[in-house]
Write a protein that binds this ligand. Structure first.
Ligand code: GLC
Length: 802
């Protein structure tokens, strides 16, 4: 069993069970469908939103608040006789005694069980697949031999609308809220008369109505309600001791203006041993005509009022995730790899696909929207289960490309606004993503879809893709290396090239890699001119880099506007950067002897117990012509942390260079179940990857941060799937090319590809056997299975002898 002092994975890895609520940080999960989303901690904390966490935030979570995750979705149970009460999710009544506590984070739901005051309670939070609502499903049981009279108080603090405005202009914003109680339907109906749909922070006041009603109801008869937060909580109190709960009676407030809460009271009586099942539902529906609240298109309220129907909707959530997880699985000798790849890594990939870097405890959801470079990477996990959604996602993102091939850096849904920051790598992620889609699906029709440019004109997806590369190939310095401009993948190298002269060596390797990856597509389109131009560009760059960017034992990372090198042994700080080494190898641009030296140098200087440090030594002095990296404290974030996204690329490079034992060893170090071994130091969720783990260059070595929303998720998944387990999809079929570290005897991996299940067993060749791929005992030529041999719903039993 994989466990630490706060919790463990269940045997099938499908749930992470938290047994001690006093975790070093709130440990979160997500409940969501494609429009309605919520973040939920193991104490019930977190917020919900519709479509975007900035423009349509529904409930409040206060950032920079202590305790960390307040408020949330709370249901309090009060024993009338003693006057004592407890929240079913532990918070906010954390100072009171609980006999038992257990939280289970699963895929798309979180379930918290508690025992207190002779009552056993369970609350499960989930969002139905097709309804824009969240359900708080409750079971209570009287464990005593006395009759219990109970009062139930369920509540959530509302925001409704622009979350940024809520922070900077809340005293004004509160003049536009209305909450009324619909008696016939037992439902609080809340809305806002005003919607600040500004593209950025501005004093401009748009004349817009918030388009929704928020509905809050209970399946039990309602005995009281409140819409006024002030009244419900009372003066000089907090959500831990609301006045309404203490006095046992709601104030029945409806508000027009004021701080909004939705709070309901129910009263029940339980005989000894008796239980009750009910649910609290918070939904959102478009504001149509008057009193249409219960016929909304997207909220089939009738489905939500019956417990059995609600349980059916929960069943659909479980079914969805069973299906989602059925596309890839492994059986390896390493339990932690199995836990990660079979469940949590795949699940985290889905979360990054839907949340971007934009809604979490570490990502407030106000600033970034969707990053173009992030979007075209985050599709990597969703490609197998939902290629249709990936296609739609990419077609949408292409709208933010300019006709010269360059792109915005990020964009926001709804307002369709974004910023052009001139990061040099961003356009290149378009061909990266499009080729991944083509390789997975073989669906060439996407290439003919026509998408508008952000400035003017429109073109086919093929042309969008090709122009991104044309742009990158043309955006080079006089001597022919890519200009870094305002940064590359590493956002904090932002002052290396703002004057338009600085060069990125990592970017050159990355460009080379993307050229090579896209050439088969050009061949298919018979785009002879580009084949010629791009191939020439590759060869020229390869030669040049090896002339100017070799530092003796590794590659230089960049040259700034004054042609000073970054990432050289001659510097005092930032001597060596991981990305330049990994991608020298991945791109195929490093000759064999240099590739070997790169691997050795990285292992010598950057390999740490939790993975690979992004650069070393971390910056301790500010370098004006390098950028933010040098202002960040040493050992954290891009300034010398174990930055998992970059660390994962080194695993890939090691496999490409044939150093399999190191590759799998580093892969294992990086697994959250391993890097979190010192959990009180590590602090964050041990079931998902964090963006970084603090390196020895900082006194809090081993502390992780920015869990959940990181490109690490999809890369660790795909490096496992493609590089270790060896499933390498191409437009015309799939190559099977697994690797086996010396400390493993073999493994089994199953992957769906074009509707066919590939069931692969990998083992060592015995004496006299020839290594390679076998199908039903016969060798497979070039280890390649052409697409025409892969028929829907077929299963192929494959054996690979290493
Ligand atoms: C963050 C950003 C990503 C960037 C990385 C490194 O993860 O979302 O776009 O590449 O940091 O700076």
């Amino acid at each position: 069993m994989i466990k630490n002092k706060y919790g463990y994975f269940t045997d099938d890895y499908r749930e992470y069970v938290i047994t001690d609520p006093k975790t070093p940080r709130p440990w979160f999960n997500y409940i969501w469908n494609k429009d309605f989303a919520g973040l939920i901690s193991h104490t019930g904390g977190g917020f919900s939103f519709l479509e975007t966490p900035r423009d349509n935030r529904l409930t409040r979570m206060r950032y920079n608040c202590l305790p960390w995750d307040r408020p949330g979705r709370y249901v309090m149970v009060k024993d009338v006789k003693s006057g004592e009460y407890r929240s079913l999710s532990w918070a906010p009544t954390i100072d009171k005694h609980y006999d038992e506590y257990e939280c289970r984070h699963g895929q798309g739901y979180t379930s918290i069980k508690t025992k207190f005051l002779g009552i056993s309670g369970k609350i499960t939070y989930f969002v139905p697949r097709e309804t824009n609502a969240e359900v708080w499903r409750v079971s209570l049981k009287n464990m005593t031999d006395e009759v219990k009279e109970l009062e139930i108080y369920s509540f959530a603090e509302l925001m409704m609308g622009n979350a940024l405005n809520d922070i900077i202009n809340q005293p004004n914003d509160k003049h536009f809220t209305d909450i009324n109680f619909d008696k016939a339907n037992n439902t609080l109906i809340a809305t806002r008369r005003y919607w600040v749909l500004n593209k950025k922070v501005s004093v401009e006041q748009p004349n817009l109505d918030w388009k929704y009603h928020l509905l809050f109801t209970s399946t039990l008869p309602v005995t009281g309600f409140d819409g006024s937060l002030d009244k419900f909580i009372g003066r000089w109190r907090s959500e831990a001791n609301p006045e309404a709960v203490e006095r046992g009676e709601m104030f029945n407030t409806e508000i027009t203006a004021g701080d909004p809460v939705v709070a309901l009271q129910n009263k029940i009586k339980l005989d000894p041993g008796e239980g009750v099942e009910f649910a609290i539902i918070m939904g959102v529906a478009p504001k149509n005509e008057e009193d249409a609240a219960f016929k909304y298109q997207h909220l089939d309220w009738s489905n939500l009022k019956e417990i059995s129907k609600l349980d059916g909707l929960f069943g659909e959530v479980k079914e969805y995730w069973n299906g989602y997880l059925s596309h890839f699985s492994v059986e390896t000798p390493d339990e932690k790899i199995n836990a990660s790849l079979n469940v949590w890594n795949q699940y985290q990939a889905a979360v990054t696909f839907d949340m971007a870097r934009n809604s979490g405890y570490y990502h407030g959801g106000l600033l970034f929207g969707n990053g173009i470079r992030d979007q075209f990477q985050d599709i990597l996990g969703m490609l197998l289960p939902e290629p249709g959604r990936v296609k739609a996602r990419m077609l949408n993102a292409l709208k933010y490309q300019f006709s010269d091939g360059s792109t915005l850096h990020n964009f926001f849904k709804i307002t369709e606004w974004g910023e052009k920051t001139n990061h040099s790598d961003t356009p290149l992620w378009i061909p990266f993503g499009i080729t991944e889609y083509l390789n997975e699906t073989g669906d060439l029709t996407i290439l003919n879809e026509v998408v508008k440019f952000y400035d003017e004109g429109e073109a086919t997806v093929y042309e969008h893709t090709a122009r991104a590369l044309d742009f990158a190939i043309s955006a080079v310095s006089e001597r022919g290396l890519p200009k870094i401009m305002n940064g590359d993948w590493n956002d904090t190298l932002d002052k290396v090239g703002p004057r338009g002269k600085g060069e990125t060596i990592w970017g050159a390797f990355f460009l080379g890699y993307v050229i090579k990856k896209t050439l088969p597509l050009l061949g298919l389109m018979n785009d002879q001119k580009r084949i010629k131009d791009w191939s020439e560009a590759y060869v020229k760059m390869e030669k040049l880099i090896n002339e100017v960017a070799w530092d003796g034992e590794w590659y230089i990372r960049a040259f700034n506007d004054f042609m000073e090198p970054l990432g050289t042994h001659k510097s005092e700080q930032g001597k060596i950067f991981i990305n330049a080494q990994s991608w020298a190898i991945i791109s195929g641009m490093a000759p064999e002897d240099r590739a070997k030296l790169c691997l050795e140098s990285v292992k010598k200087h950057l390999l740490k117990p939790d993975g690979i440090q992004i650069c070393w030594p971390s910056y301790t002095k500010v370098e004006e012509n390098t950028g933010l990296i040098s202002r960040c404290v040493p050992g954290k974030k891009e300034n010398g942390a174990i930055f998992n996204h970059a660390s994962s690329w080194f695993v890939m490079a090691s496999i490409v260079a044939g150093d399999i034992d190191s590759a799998v060893d580093i892969y294992k170090r990086m697994l959250p179940a391993n890097s979190s071994e010192r959990i009180d130091t590590y602090e964050v969720e041990p079931y998902v990857f964090a963006e970084y783990v603090t390196s020895p260059d900082h006194p809090t070595e081993g502390q992780a941060s920015h869990s959940w929303l990181t490109g690490t998720a999809v890369w660790m998944l795909r490096i496992g799937m493609d590089q270790i387990f060896g499933f390498k999809p191409e437009i015309s079929g799939i190559t099977i090319d697994p690797v086996l570290p010396s400390y493993w005897d073999g493994f089994r991996a199953k992957r769906k590809f074009r509707g066919c299940e590939l069931d692969l067993t990998v083992k060592r060749a015995a004496a006299g056997e020839t290594s390679g791929l076998y199908l039903n005992g016969s060798p497979v030529e070039n280890n390649f299975i052409p697409a025409e041999n892969l028929t829907q719903d077929r299963a192929l039993q494959l054996t690979y002898l290493v």
